[in-house]
Design a protein around this ligand. Structure first.
Ligand code: ATP
Ligand code: MG
Length: 572
């Protein structure tokens, strides 16, 4: 490719909404162009990077006999209704009607669609196991699209779905996918960590799930790592404990105390001169259970935080979120003084975190404006409640065995998940087993965010001058930079070298523009080509060129006729 023919514009300025380095650089280097909130156009350079990533994915998945399919982006509502997800995923989906008034959506994921495909083909256990994958567009109407390709609304995903007659077979494919993911990310130049993730309701049946994370301060997920015990888990599900807590073990009759406008735990503890951990934090959450609105009051020690994912898991209430003031009104509760005492008549499920000692005394909200209650003992004063681990893990916690842990942030680039027979059962996708009996196959599902993984590569490798592509993803491996394109000898040498590189099957671009050397260097650095070959005055004197490595900054003077061969054979 000649730069003069590459229809690309680079920018000095960073868009105002680009908060993280990968978003800034992919825009500035002319790889992506915003077309709307969470929507991006890809330039010719970006298409090449995506194709390179797809090649890696395809090669690794075909090694483990996965078959590529392509399912339609628009999917009919009927499919989603069969699994009860038309409403559950309603806000995440773009739902629309066609000219015949039929409901459709742009697929945010494809479990239903792939099971529909499967049930139209599979009849017998003999056709199993099968692992179907695709790399295509997904649409999710994210609440907060941000960080460029990291959390887009429309994005390329590799999703795979496997079908099995038994758990051993599912486990085997799961392991093969785990290994394939490790190879895919390694080939992309990504340093990933496999992390135990939240399996939701499925986790209780022994189903495995792992997320692949790239460690980065800009990551949206919080991870807990215990080096001593060799595990890492998403804080959505990681169970840790506080090394020490002092409880108030003095029991007394419950007592209403005036606390005026002191609502937060900090205000309350200052006002009453009590430790924060002697107060109970009560949070009202709302969600859905069997299509109906359902409420939870989640309580933890005053200086802990409630983990909504854990509440979801322990209550089987989906789509949980914090209740708003209108919800509190409906429930007859008062903002700022919410508490779990005497709620028996209300339809609120109370969950108390396991760090809250049932026999200790706590100060809790009274549900009466301006007042709290002292000396509340969970065991004595709350009629019905569930106790479970629902707190967020935090710094200074230790593992359940008492070993130290680290908190870090990660970007989820991939996710593998054992689904069990949830979807095959819901969509009645059965096959006959070897006794001729009908069986719902077990499924695994496996996703990679292609754009997010590419953005993570930029995030992980970029430096102050721009993007640094690993060879396997680079849109061009070599950039030939003639310092003076108007100088015929230099321009001809560049052209000859370019043709030779192409002839050798090398992925090369020549910067044939009539612009200053500084301009060319800046752009080549910004765009992140791994190798630059610079042709300047020394070429005229001794036919030498300078080879420069983008990542290390290493430079070497080489005879022009040798340099390509040496690069090809990686002899530097
Ligand atoms: P997140 O927790 O970040 O919202 P998710 O767990 O909902 O992601 P999955 O359903 O597991 O996502 O999708 C598989 C993969 O698709 C993710 O691991 C991630 O790499 C990618 N992905 C998900 N949502 C987005 C998005 N909005 N933009 C870009 N990539 C995404
Ligand atoms: Mg996920």
């Amino acid at each position: 490719m000649k730069y003069s023919q590459l229809f690309i514009q680079t920018f000095k300025e960073t868009p105002v909404d680009a908060q993280i380095i990968s978003h800034q650089l992919l825009h500035r280097a002319g790889f992506i162009q915003k077309s709307g909130a969470g929507l991006y156009n890809y330039s010719p350079l970006m298409v090449k990077v995506i194709q390179n990533a797809m090649t890696i994915i395809r090669e690794e998945l075909s090694k483990i006999n996965a078959l590529e399919v392509s399912l339609s982006l628009a999917t009919p509502a009927e499919l989603w209704k069969e699994s009860n997800r038309w409403e559950e995923l309603g806000d995440l989906m773009i739902q629309f009607k066609d000219r015949l008034d039929r409901d459709l959506c742009l697929s945010p994921t494809n479990e239903e669609a792939v099971v529909d495909y499967f049930r139209k083909v599979a009849k017998s256990y003999k056709q199993l196991p099968v692992n179907l994958f695709q790399i295509n567009t997904k649409f999710r109407d994210e609440i907060r699209p941000r960080f460029g390709l990291m959390r887009a609304r429309e994005f390329a995903m590799k999703d795979a779905y496997s079908f099995h007659v038994d758990k051993t077979c599912l486990d085997n494919t799961y392991t093969a996918m785990f290994d394939a993911y490790s190879r895919i990310f390694e080939r992309m130049g990504l340093n990933v960590m496999a992390v135990e993730a939240d399996g939701g309701a499925m986790a209780d049946s022994g189903a495995k799930t792992h997320e692949f994370h790239v460690l980065a301060d800009t990551g949206e997920d919080e991870l807990i790592v215990c080096k001593e015990e060799g595990w890492a888990a998403n804080s959505e599900m990681a169970q840790t404990k506080r090394p020490d807590i002092t409880y108030n073990d003095l029991q007394g009759p419950i007592e209403l105390v005036e606390t005026k406008n002191n609502h937060t735990i900090q205000e309350l503890s200052l006002f009453l001169n009590e430790k924060e951990s002697h107060c109970l934090k009560s949070v009202v959450l709302k969600g859905k259970k069997e299509h109906k609105q359902a409420y939870i009051m989640a309580c933890c020690l005053g200086d802990d935080e409630i983990n909504i994912s854990k509440c979801m898991k322990h209550s089987a209430i989906t789509q949980l979120e914090c209740a708003n003031e209108d919800d509190l009104d409906t429930l007859g509760l008062t903002k700022g003084v919410v508490g779990p005492v005497k709620l028996d008549h209300k339809e609120i499920h109370i969950i108390i975190d396991s760090h809250v000692k049932e026999e200790a005394s706590f100060i809790v909200g009274s549900n009466k404006k301006g007042f709290h209650i002292k000396n509340v003992t969970i065991k004595r004063d709350i009629a019905t409640y569930q106790q479970a681990d629902i707190r967020m893990a935090k710094a200074h916690d230790v593992s359940m065995n008492g070993n130290s842990i680290d908190l870090c942030r990660g970007i989820e680039v991939g996710h593998i998940f054992q689904l069990g027979d949830k979807y095959t059962k819901a969509l009645k996708a059965s096959v006959l087993d070897h006794h001729g009996k009908s069986l719902y196959p077990l499924m695994g599902c496996y996703g990679i965010g292609v754009g997010r993984a590419i953005a993570a590569v930029v995030e992980q490798l970029a430096d102050e001058n721009g993007i640094v592509w690993p060879k396997a993803l680079a849109p061009f491996y070599i950039a030939i930079i003639p310092l003076k394109s108007k100088d015929e000898i230099i321009a001809n040498a560049a052209q000859r070298l370019y043709e030779k590189a192409q002839g050798m099957g090398m992925n090369v671009i020549v910067d044939d523009r009539h612009v200053s050397p500084g301009f060319k260097f800046k752009d080549a650095d910004l765009m992140g080509f791994p190798i630059q070959i610079i042709i300047g005055e020394t070429f005229k004197e001794e036919e030498s060129v300078e080879v420069r490595w983008r990542q290390s900054g290493k430079k070497e003077k080489v005879n022009m006729h040798d340099c390509l061969k040496k690069l090809k054979e990686e002899r530097f």
